[in-house]
Design a protein around this ligand. Sequence first.
Ligand code: SAM
Length: 235
Amino acid sequence: MSVASIRLFVPSPLRERCEIALGEAQSHYLANVMRAAAGEELRVFDGVSGEWRAQVTKISRKMVLLTALAQTRPQAPEPDAWLCFALLKRAKTDMVVEKATELGVSVIQPVITARTNADHVNLERLRAIAIEAAEQCERLEVPEIRPPLPLARLMVDWPVERTLFVADERRTGALLGNRDGRVALMTGPEGGFTEAELEAIGRTPQVTRVSLGARILRAETAAIAGLALLLAARP
Ligand code: SAM
């Protein structure tokens, strides 16, 4: 991998000739892992100003300075889509965050249900996973990772304008497909939602139960496959 193929998520705002001081981790990566040299160019984005070509202007073991040269891509709207997934064990949660970012979600909301086998996350670690995935898949935004919420609390003030597709493994709903507008996908834990949970969720008018196909998917597969069905056709 060359320095020129690197994309880094940096603090905003980006404008022509602005100086960007990279943090310790990104400086270490550029200076010590990629052995970048002054004068080399890479791409940066900040989630609001589009993507820019940037040049390494100062390099030391602890800190690398870049200068933004020119915009390569204007900021463009990305899908307004949430993933509300029942919290899974650490490695599976990490994978869901990485894949959900690649698939284009704007918000990742871990949910605590009766059968989840975890109730807290390291938000900093998940945010770092989301940033790395956004850098790699050429996104212009990094999804917001929200602190876990109990299911009942999440449903109390569900936004009226947002359709919530709840993946029900008994396949009581129609097959999920591409949907426009403000959407959300909810998937359950390894042991599935309880009857009472599905009952309670169903009382929210914005909820539609959906099937993800004829097979029973693992919880992490359901989150990833569901987002692919929901978002793959979106720009
Ligand atoms: N209760 C079953 C079990 O214990 O194996 C299934 C739970 S499934 C592993 C975990 C979650 O994935 C479910 O709560 C559901 O949200 C989703 N899921 C899995 N397969 C699905 C399908 N074919 N259609 C809709 N949702 C599915």
